[in-house]
Structures are given as structure tokens and as C-alpha cells.
Design a protein around this ligand. Structure first.
Ligand code: TNX
Length: 805
């Protein structure tokens, strides 16, 4: 077979690659990587590199005469140094991973190792034998026990009937007995809601309603008294049947999700049979019109199926905005007509020494371009399906196209396109070029790239953006889910970018712009004009509406007057340090604001500081309560942040808070179970905050009363999660925290952060399973006691242990 291009050759080599028999062990505690050669042949003294991904790894030479070099982004490589003698079979070498083991975490593990010989630079040999030697937990079971005592254990009969907490709920007397399925009566305009209703009832009555069903489920659109939100609804259950009335179809759908809460959870799969529903009357409407969730599919790709399951989850908990982070440095995930390189190159990660073939491996995706999370994109058909699926669930999809930073995948793809067309002598080769090839700027992005920005000095950058925007808008029209706004990124333009680009500098000179900051305004003026032509408003990260200023000797972000009064929507994320109140400052200045505070709503943050607990740490550890306790209009409440030094939200500012958003960045998340683990149960605390009315505990001025109100609300929340909501989700990998334990009077006491979740224990050293005895009071057995929560679907949670001597 003859290959016409180097791309073909590279692909051939990749598929022919084999695995290298090297064993890698990362000792989290000593911060060392040990690599043992298990090949029959020695690893030679020179002429090879071992590549790997790592977050925050240290570079430098080790005593064993090998050195770690930074390639770009999260990619590093190990190279033999002068004096390295080679590694015979059975021999091991060592090198340090991080500068210090101070806050060691599993996300920092080096991963995705592969070996490449210098004389076969396209042939990568994956190294699959990688293990992490664990480090002991930092959080003691006693500490967890104390924390878990913040909630009471509630009997099933005392659980709040509907989650998230509705605006008004009146419990009546008695029940509606449904021996057979109620007949669904719905207007033709409520086709999707009828389907939803059918799917809710099907597990209980697989055959549907008999012709002479005595009860009905009526779905209607009508005026919900006193509620203006199109998402408002009433739900009435009385002796005759069920009626749901929404201000719009979206309201009816919300009412159905509330009805779902009233149906009994029968996780054993034996759902069918009669049902008794409590008689009640609900009038409900969301607190915030915008209730969002952002998924990053660039860092690690999630397939269409996972996105659809996520949309189900969002609809289930009345979240209505799916912010789809489709592009970033490590992958462009949406097919764009006319620009095949965006996905042909920009959606493929794997090893190659030839530039412009594909993106480098990242976050452990390894050398193969077939890795399911490193490579992948949504075809136009996939995207249309996602849009239609979301629309049927009243979820608005807000796609994000990252610019001008976080754009490496696009920049590389467009440079490869330019080089290919230029080599072929095609006119207009640079029509969509995004970088100035003469750019000598020196910078490092947050993810350690020095080549990931779009250049505002090139006309082709705007041609590219306009083309992409048009295509995305066209897809939304085709799906029947017209776009209203496009999220145009804007975050983290690295300091120093554009500064030594002749094209940027000549634009600055010709337009008399104020340096890079002026260039920024110019860039987004142009982008806004492009959006306007498509009838779209601009949304972006906080940087879109801010500029740097000095406050008390420190740099901080402040509202940028340039874009005020233009209807830009800003997503405020970095609430660390002196930006804790930035969201309020922007809203007070008149920017429409979505609050996505990293320390609360970034679900890629770890649940706690245990080394084995997944997730990142830069914004701290975020357990369920950090999200639950967030008071959107006063972030200082229950936070320890002194209110005096914070700007307060004005009444006008409040009107500019559109709502709340949770985000899952996926540097540390590859698979669907990993994603579900970080999302759940925390996403439910976000849903509660976004939907439920301002809680009484946040309004009460008397601290003693407020504390009591909080305890009762929090207890209801965690009990309903553990006993009803999470078990009702089916096969979902929600986190089951390690139980709290304490020893007293010769007995072991156990509790859990989700009260009512079954705890099982052992005293023979084995890990508890569903077959181990249930904890039903103090444990009297002596010796090592191990306790774990066992989820309704048999999944085993984290194990806690204590000596009972
Ligand atoms: C900051 S938040 C980023 C992302 C990272 C995330 C990791 C934001 C707008 N930028 O690029 O993925 O932190 O938590």
C-alpha cells in the first residue's frame, strides 16, 4: 500500500504500535515514580523518550541520570542523560514527580505513559502497567462522624415530598389510590409532556391505562395564579386524580418531574403494581430563571449518549441551561461544515512527531488516536440530536466557542489547513488562519501552553469566527432550537500574549489602541458585530466584562466600562482572593450575571482533601454542604468571609443576577462513571439553590433561630437525597462517602452524610459488601471494624475503619 501523505504514514505506524513491558509505580507519599524494565531486552542508554501526562509535575534530572522535560500543556517526557547506563531486565529507575508532596492528590498522578525510540519517531509503545501506591486518608472517621451529626436521621414518612423544594406545598388528608394507570389527558401542544408522563408511569403499569381508568392525569397549559415565570406550574393530587397546569409546556414538564417524586422508588426493579399518592396541592416556580450546568467535553470527550443521560438528569432536577463547552486547547468537538481540519485534526489526540497531524496526548489519553476520551467529536447529526433532545426537555443549549485564549485545537487545525493549501499552491490558503506566524510573544497559559491564542491582528481570525458562528446558528435553526446567545469564552488570556506579534502590534498602531487591553476591546467589538449579524447576544466568562485595575496595591478584575449597556451576559467564576465579590460588582455595574463561583459550584473540585479522593483542588475542596450553604445574594453568609470588606449586591444588582451555574471541567475526568461521581450528589445541592425559594435560614436574623432552621432544612435535604432521590436514579455512579465512625464505651457508632443510606460492616478485615451485616445500632464486635455504605444498586462506597478494643 502506498500512502500519499505523511498523515497516512503516521496512522499506519500508530496502528502498528505495540505495548512496552515497563512497569510504572507512582508513590504518592514519597512523590517518586519507579519504572521497572520487564522487557527481555535492556532499555538502551540513549535514543528514547518516555512520554506521559501530568498535572503540575516537576522537571529536572534525577540521580538515576534521567531527566523530566516539559513538552507542552500536560505532556512531559523522560529522557536519558549523559551517564545513563541503560536499564537491564528487572532493573528499576526512579525520578521525582512533583516538587513537593504537600497536598498530594490522585489527580496529580502521572499517567498515559508511552515509549518512543528516536529512530522510529512515529512509533509509540503504550505502557499500560501503571499503579498508584495509595496514601492514607487525612480525614479521620471521627471527624466525619462529627460533621454528619449536623443532620438528623429522618424516617421515610418525614421526607420532603418534592425535590427541589417547591415554592408552596399544602399536604392534604389521605391518598389517591391508583390500582391501574391513570388516563393521561393532554392537549396536542403537550406532546413531549405526554411522552414524559407515559415514561414516568410505565414502570408501575407497563401496559398503560385501561380504557375505563377511574383516575386521570390531566396536563394543561393555563395561568398559574400569581406566577409570571413560564416555568411555573401547579400540581394537584386529589381523590379523583392528578392535574398539572403550567404557564407553558415547560411548566407542565416541571410539574411532571415533581409528580415523579411522589411515585414510590422501587429500586429493586419490581416497580409494577398499585400506587398510593399523597393528596396535596403544589404551586411552584423557580427562584432563578437561569439554572445552568456546564460540561467541558474538550479536555476529555464524552460521547453523545453520556450527554443525553446528563440532559435527563438536568431535566429531572429542573435545570434548564446546558452550557456546552465544545472547544478548548485539548480538543475541538463539533463538526463544522467547510472546516474538516477542526475535527480531523483538532478532535484527535495521540502521539506524532509531525506537526499538524493531530493534537498531543493530554490528561492520560495516551499515544493512540483511538482513545475514546482523547479523541472524538459530535457530528452535525449528533449535535442536532442533542439539541432536539434538550429542546424536548425545555433545556436551552448554550454552546461555547472558546476565544481568544484556550483555542489551541482550533489554532493548530487552522495552521495545518494553511500549510496544506499553501503547499498545494491554493489561493486563499490563509483564509481562516488564527495565528500570526511571526508571533514571538512569550507567555504561558494556565494549562502551560505557549501557543493557544487567536490573534486579533489577523482578518482571517474574524473570517473564521464568523464562519463558525454561522454554522452553529444554522445547526440550531435546523434543530428547531434557535440560538439566542453564543458563549464566546474569554477566560484566561495569558499575560504576554499578542505583545510580540507584528500583526497585533500594527493593528494597535493603526487604530491607536491602548495596548493589549485596547486590542481586547477591539476583538470583542468585532466578535459582537459578528454575533449581531446572526441575531445573537454575547455571553462569556467574567473576563469579557472586566479589565484589570489596581486596588490596595494588588491587581484585580473590575467592570470594564467599554462593554457596559450592551447586553453582554457574563459568567463569573473565579471567586478566590480579592475576586470573592466580583459577581456582585459586575451585576451592580449593570452586567447581566450568571454566578458560577469556583469554590462552590466547580464540580471538578474534590469532595475533600483525602489523597485518594478524585478531583482538583485549586479552588479548594467542595463537599455537598459548601454548595447547599451558598447564599446567592450574600456570599458571606455561613462562609467565614468578613462581610465588611465585600461589596454588597444592590437592589438593581439583584435584578442583573440571572441565575446560577455548576461546571464540570474534565482535566481529571475521563469516563462516565467518573463524571457521575463528581456530579452526584453535588449537582442536587446546586439544583436546590437554583430552584428553591430563598431558604428561611438565610433570611432569619436571629443566629440561634437561623441555625435551627438550617439544621432542619439540611436534614430534609440530605435525607431525601439518600433515601429517595439518589436511589431513584438507577444505575448511576453517585458518590457514597466514607461513613463517620466513633468509638465509645466499647462500641462503635456509625453515621453517614446521606442519612438512611444502608451501612454495612465487617470485623474480619474484609471490605463490607451488601452481604455483610447491616449497621442497626452500635457495633459491639471487637477488633478492626470496617464500615461502608452500600448503594441501592449494590455499589460499595468508601470504607472507613476503626479499632474497637
Ligand atoms: C479554570 S473557569 C478554567 C478552565 C479550567 C478550570 C479547572 C474557566 C473559565 N477557566 O479552563 O478547566 O479552571 O477547574
Amino acid at each position: 500500500m502506498i500512502f500519499k501523505s505523511t498523515i497516512g504514514l503516521a496512522l499506519l505506524c500508530m496502528t502498528a504500535s505495540q505495548a512496552a513491558q515497563l512497569q510504572v509505580r507512582w508513590d504518592q507519599q514519597s512523590n517518586k515514580v519507579t519504572m521497572t524494565n520487564l522487557e527481555p531486552a535492556p532499555l538502551p542508554a540513549t535514543g528514547w523518550s518516555i512520554y506521559f501526562n501530568c498535572m503540575e509535575c516537576a522537571t529536572g534530572a534525577s540521580q538515576d541520570k534521567v531527566a523530566v522535560e516539559h513538552v507542552a500543556g500536560s505532556l512531559y517526557r523522560l529522557r536519558p542523560q549523559t551517564g545513563f547506563a541503560g536499564l537491564a531486565k528487572g532493573q528499576a529507575l526512579e525520578f521525582g514527580s512533583h516538587k513537593s508532596a504537600a497536598m498530594t492528590k490522585i489527580y496529580k498522578a502521572p499517567q498515559g505513559f508511552y515509549l518512543v525510540y528516536d529512530n522510529m519517531p512515529e512509533q509509540a509503545q503504550a505502557i499500560g502497567d501503571l499503579k498508584i501506591l495509595p496514601q492514607p486518608d487525612l480525614i479521620s472517621p471521627q471527624e466525619l462522624y462529627q460533621r454528619n451529626e449536623q443532620a438528623d436521621v429522618l424516617p421515610a414518612t418525614a421526607l420532603p415530598p418534592i425535590f427541589p423544594t417547591p415554592l408552596k406545598l399544602q399536604q392534604g388528608q389521605g391518598t389517591l389510590h391508583l390500582a391501574i394507570a391513570p388516563a393521561i389527558i393532554a392537549a396536542p401542544a403537550l406532546k413531549a409532556e405526554r411522552t414524559l408522563a407515559e415514561s414516568l408511569l410505565r414502570p408501575y403499569w407497563p401496559k398503560g391505562a385501561a380504557r375505563l381508568a377511574r383516575s386521570s392525569l390531566r396536563l394543561a397549559i393555563g395561568q398559574v395564579e400569581g406566577q409570571a415565570s413560564p416555568e411555573a406550574y401547579t400540581l394537584e393530587v386529589d381523590a379523583k386524580g392528578i392535574a398539572i397546569t403550567g404557564n407553558s409546556a415547560a411548566g407542565v414538564a416541571n410539574g411532571l418531574q415533581s409528580l415523579r417524586d411522589l411515585l414510590p422508588v422501587r429500586p429493586d426493579g419490581r416497580a409494577s403494581g398499585p400506587v398510593d399518592l399523597p393528596i396535596l396541592s403544589v404551586t411552584d416556580a423557580p427562584r432563578f430563571a437561569y439554572r445552568g450546568f456546564m460540561l467541558d467535553v474538550s479536555r476529555n470527550f464524552q460521547d453523545k449518549e453520556s450527554v443525553l443521560r446528563l440532559l435527563d438528569l438536568m431535566a429531572r432536577f429542573k435545570l434548564n441551561a446546558f452550557h456546552f463547552h465544545l472547544t478548548d486547547d485539548e480538543g475541538w468537538r463539533l463538526e463544522i461544515a467547510g472546516l474538516p481540519e477542526l475535527t480531523g485534526i483538532g478532535a484527535v489526540r495521540g502521539h506524532s512527531n509531525i506537526s499538524g497531524v493531530r493534537l498531543q496526548p493530554a490528561y492520560g489519553s495516551g499515544p493512540s488516536p483511538n482513545d475514546k476520551h482523547g479523541s472524538g467529536f459530535y457530528t452535525r447529526a449528533d449535535y442536532l440530536e442533542i439539541l432536539r433532545y434538550a429542546a424536548a426537555r425545555h433545556i436551552e443549549v448554550i454552546p461555547e466557542i472558546e476565544m481568544p485564549g484556550h483555542a489551541r485545537a482550533a489554532v493548530q487545525a487552522m495552521e495545518a489547513r494553511y500549510r496544506r493549501l499553501k503547499a498545494a499552491g491554493k489561493p486563499g490558503a490563509g483564509q481562516f488562519l488564527l495565528n500570526d506566524l511571526e508571533d514571538r510573544s512569550e507567555y504561558r497559559s494556565a494549562q502551560e501552553y505557549n501557543d493557544n491564542v487567536i490573534n486579533p491582528g489577523l482578518e482571517s481570525s474574524y473570517t473564521f469566527i464568523e464562519h463558525v458562528v454561522k454554522q452553529v446558528a444554522a445547526l440550531h435553526r435546523e434543530a428547531g432550537a434557535p440560538l439566542r446567545t453564543l458563549h464566546v469564552g474569554g477566560d484566561e488570556l495569558p499575560l504576554g500574549a499578542w505583545e510580540k506579534s507584528p500583526r497585533s502590534q500594527s493593528l494597535i498602531a493603526s487604530r491607536n489602541l491602548q495596548g493589549t487591553a485596547g486590542l481586547w476591546n477591539y476583538f470583542y467589538d468585532r466578535v459582537e458585530a459578528i454575533l449581531r449579524r446572526q441575531g445573537l447576544a454575547a455571553s462569556g466568562w467574567e473576563e469579557l466584562g472586566t479589565r484589570a485595575e489596581m486596588a490596595e496595591g494588588k491587581r484585580r478584575q473590575a467592570p470594564n466600562p467599554h462593554f457596559m449597556q450592551r447586553g453582554f451576559k457574563v459568567y463569573v467564576w473565579n471567586n478566590t482572593g480579592n475576586a470573592a465579590d466580583l459577581g456582585y460588582r459586575l451585576a451592580n455595574a449593570g452586567y447581566d450575571t450568571v454566578l458560577a463561583p469556583a469554590t462552590r459550584f466547580y464540580l471538578d473540585m474534590t469532595y475533600n482533601k483525602n489523597p485518594g479522593e478524585p478531583g482538583a483542588t485549586w479552588a479548594g475542596a467542595t463537599d455537598i454542604d459548601a454548595i447547599y450553604d451558598y447564599v446567592p445574594f450574600d456570599h458571606t453568609k455561613r462562609s467565614g468571609i468578613p462581610a465588611a470588606v465585600q461589596e454588597r449586591l444592590t437592589e438593581d444588582g439583584k435584578r442583573h443576577i440571572l441565575g446560577l451555574e455548576g461546571a464540570l471541567w474534565t482535566e481529571t475526568v475521563r469516563t462516565r462513571p467518573e463524571m457521575e461521581y463528581l456530579l452526584l450528589p453535588r449537582l442536587l445541592a446546586l439544583a436546590e439553590r437554583a430552584w428553591a425559594p430563598e431558604p428561611a435560614w438565610a433570611i432569619e436574623a436571629d443566629p440561634v433561630k437561623a441555625e435551627a432552621l438550617h439544621r432542619s432544612a439540611w436534614s430534609g435535604f440530605v435525607n431525601v437525597l439518600g433515601q429517595r432521590v439518589l436511589p431513584g436514579l438507577g444505575q448511576v455512579n453517585y458518590r457514597l462517602a466514607p461513613p463517620g465512625l466513633k468509638q465509645e464505651g466499647g462500641k462503635v457508632y456509625a453515621n453517614h452524610d446521606l442519612p438512611g443510606v444502608p451501612l454495612h460492616y465487617t470485623s474480619d478485615g474484609s471490605d463490607p459488601s451488601a452481604a455483610s451485616p447491616l449497621v442497626q445500632g452500635p457495633i459491639a464486635e471487637r477488633g478492626l471494624i470496617k464500615v461502608a455504605a452500600i448503594g441501592h444498586n449494590g455499589r460499595q462506597g468508601w470504607v472507613s475503619r476503626i479499632e474497637n478494643n
